[in-house]
Ligand binder design. Structure first.
Ligand code: ST9
Length: 617
């Protein structure tokens, strides 16, 4: 039986009933992706996800890849290789690449819906498909020669990596010391050691292409300190003929270690040494020294991916917990607690189990809505790019997408990990702790999501300083105005009026918090240490805004669901819509009021813990 429990009904609800993704389907540049094709593609991916991808999820955790340090090679588990090949053969990756490369233009919301199914079932398999995805980015930012390289990557089904991190340069990418020396023929020689590189070695493709940040040396005017001094290079494992794809000599990029990890064990996390055994030849991407900006095109994609992965894990964790609670008979109903002969009931009858399930449902479905809502802005950006006459405000769409990304990544990963551990596993009681059930692995595999692609602290800083202050609060004001519309909607007989009011109060708490952080940031121009008060609260603000948007989107879903119920929905649909209304109300009643306490803690901020001697910790 599949460990993976998908929620296609909810994905389709978001796509077709709430966010109107079908407005973009089968039209403009998305001609091939009409609603029927989208539905059948989702169904087909669900079959692979609950079939071969799910089958190898546990086995490859127990029998992870084997690293041979002598030959710098990795042998992958056979069943994982077969499942990965099935995924590649399904050609879902064609949705990720430009049409000129053989891609199928697809609205982002559809791509992320499809991705959720793969990421929930077998996240590492998704990550090994990075070859075509990264080739698409190289096509966009590369020169003519590199566009050909990108095409060879796709045609050959090669793997690819993003190579930023070094032993002493994690969050602080600008501390990287890997160097790039210019060769006379226009290529570069890369020297240094990179760490924590996902998918840098495996035996599932003939070649692996690394996108490497390195600091040019000995060239006038480039390669200075910090991130701005980094350039981006394409460094293949094997050199190749760009016209034919024929492989040539081994390039000097070798995996010199594969980490032993808490989870996600089938995803190789590698140390890569450049230029030790033999020169590591690299090509400057796009012939320009704008490495960090170019790499952020990859990072933005990967942050959305990590958030979606985390949320997919919570969703299957919740649905496994729900299944267990519906079937596990234990204890009598609380109303009969004094009668020792009372019939035993499934645990879902118990109030505390219901509370826990509702909490899991709220975040699993609320954060899926967050991913789909974010993707709906990416749809608009793509649609406008394909239609010069479009009246879409691309500038605002980009700002909003940028604002939402750290929430998808930061809030998605934090809430998912927290709830998988404290609620989903707990629903199974002691059995949840066993490897007989998938949840202990979900927890181990999900922990990385709060860490890679920028820790939660980095997301919080990015959210306030870059996505609000630097944006002059344009995107956040826009979202606030949209939330206000939901608060004010309703009218006579509205069944959600109390929850709208709670949403309005929560919005005010978040706005007050943003205002206070803004005041401290301004005050720091006179008294620099005031900036610490901002830093003590950026993660709090990120989490508060996440809850606000989740509460808002759940309420928007409830409006749609209530209308469907009023229109006479029946059977399974009626159950689905009833659940939607219930979860939105529950979240507003049980989670949004926490915002007042968060605001109060923010207002209590002082510099005491910054002044505390390190020895007193
Ligand atoms: C990693 C790998 O963790 C994880 C696994 C990846 C697996 C990927 C697999 C993908 C699979 C794909 C599959 C596809 C196919 C699917 C088929 C399915 C069927 N936004 O603030 P400043 C830029 S890798 C945009 O001064 P500092 C910007 O250019 C490791 N750009 O930064 C800016 O210049 P300007 C991940 C941004 O103080 C410049 O940077 N590591 C953003 O110098 C400088 O900005 C990390 O994520 C942004 N948000 O450096 C590092 N921010 O201002 C985390 C900055 O002029 N650390 N830029 O515009 C950070 O993010 C730091 O904040 C820092 C600070 C390094 C940026």
């Amino acid at each position: 039986m599949s460990h993976y429990k998908s929620n296609l009904r909810d994905l389709e609800f978001n796509l077709f009933e709430v966010f109107g993704a079908d407005d973009f389907m089968g039209k403009g540049g998305f001609d091939e992706m009409d609603p029927d094709t989208v539905r059948s593609f989702l169904k087909q991916t669900e079959e692979i996800a609950t079939g071969p991808l799910s089958d190898t999820y546990t086995t490859s955790d127990r029998n992870p890849p084997v690293f041979d340090p002598k030959n710098n090679t990795v042998t992958m588990p056979e069943d994982f290789k077969a499942a990965f090949q099935t995924l590649m053969d399904s050609e879902g990756w064609r949705m990720e690449i430009p049409e000129e490369m053989g891609g199928i233009p697809t609205p982002a919301s559809v791509r992320w819906a499809v991705s959720e199914l793969v990421l929930g079932s077998n996240p590492a398999a998704f990550m090994y498909t990075s070859g075509p995805g990264f080739a698409g980015i190289l096509w966009d930012i590369g020169n003519e020669e590199q566009k050909k390289m990108a095409q060879r990557m796709v045609d050959g089904g090669w793997g690819a990596t993003m190579v930023l991190t070094e032993p002493d340069a994690g969050s602080d990418v600008g501390a990287g010391t890997t160097k790039a020396f210019p060769n006379e023929d226009g290529t570069w020689r890369i020297e240094g050691v990179k760490r924590f590189i996902t998918s840098a070695e495996h035996d599932m493709s003939d070649n692996i292409v690394h996108l490497v940040l390195a600091r040019p040396v000995g060239v006038e005017g480039i390669g200075g300190p910090g991130t701005k001094g980094l350039s981006l290079f394409v460094v293949p494992k094997y050199m190749f003929d760009v016209e034919t794809g024929e492989l040539g000599e081994r390039n000097g990029a070798y995996v010199t270690n594969v980490e032993k990890k808490m989870g996600l064990k089938v995803s190789t996390t590698c140390e890569v040494t450049f230029g030790d055994k033999e020169p590591a030849i690299g090509y400057l991407v796009g012939d320009i020294h704008q490495g960090i900006a170019q790499m952020f095109k990859v990072i933005e994609y990967a942050r959305m991916m990590v958030g979606t992965k985390a949320i997919a894990a919570l969703s299957t964790g919740y649905l496994n917990a729900l299944d267990y609670a519906q079937n596990r008979v234990q204890g009598a109903d609380l109303t009969q607690m004094l009668d020792k002969t009372a019939p035993r009931v499934p645990t879902i009858a118990h109030p505390d189990v219901r509370r826990s399930l509702m909490l899991q449902k709220a975040y699993a479905e609320g954060m899926r809505a967050l991913v789909m809502y974010t993707a709906s802005w990416q749809d608009r950006i793509a649609a406008a790019e394909m239609d010069a006459d479009s009246d879409i405000d691309v500038d605002m769409a980009e700002r909003i997408n940028d604002l939402l990304l750290p929430i998808v990544k930061g809030v998605g990963s934090e809430r998912s990990y927290e709830l998988l551990g404290s609620q989903s596993l707990q629903t199974l009681g002691g059995s949840g702790y066993l490897q007989d059930y998938p949840i202990e692995q979900y927890i181990r595999d999900a922990k990385i999501d709060t860490l890679y692609e920028g820790t939660t602290a980095i997301q919080g800083l990015d959210f306030f300083f870059r996505k609000m202050v630097r944006d002059q609060f344009k995107a956040v004001f826009y979202i606030a105005s949209q939330i206000t519309e939901t608060v004010k909607a309703g009218g006579e007989g509205d069944q959600l009026s109390a929850e709208r009011e709670m949403l309005g109060t929560a919005l005010q708490e978040v706005q007050d918090t943003i205002g206070k952080l803004g005041e401290w940031a301004m005050a720091s121009q006179e008294d620099i240490e005031q900036i610490y008060k901002v830093g003590l609260n950026t993660t709090r603000l990120l989490m508060m805004t996440g809850d606000l948007i989740i509460g808002w989107l759940l309420l928007r879903q409830a409006e749609v669901a209530q209308a469907a119920l009023d229109a006479g929905a029946e059977g399974k649909d009626a159950d689905f819509y009833t659940g939607k209304v219930a979860v939105a109300k529950w979240f507003a009643q049980n989670r949004l009021p926490l915002m007042a306490a968060e605001k109060s803690m923010m207002l209590n901020t002082n510099l005491d813990i910054m002044e505390l001697p390190e020895s007193a910790f």
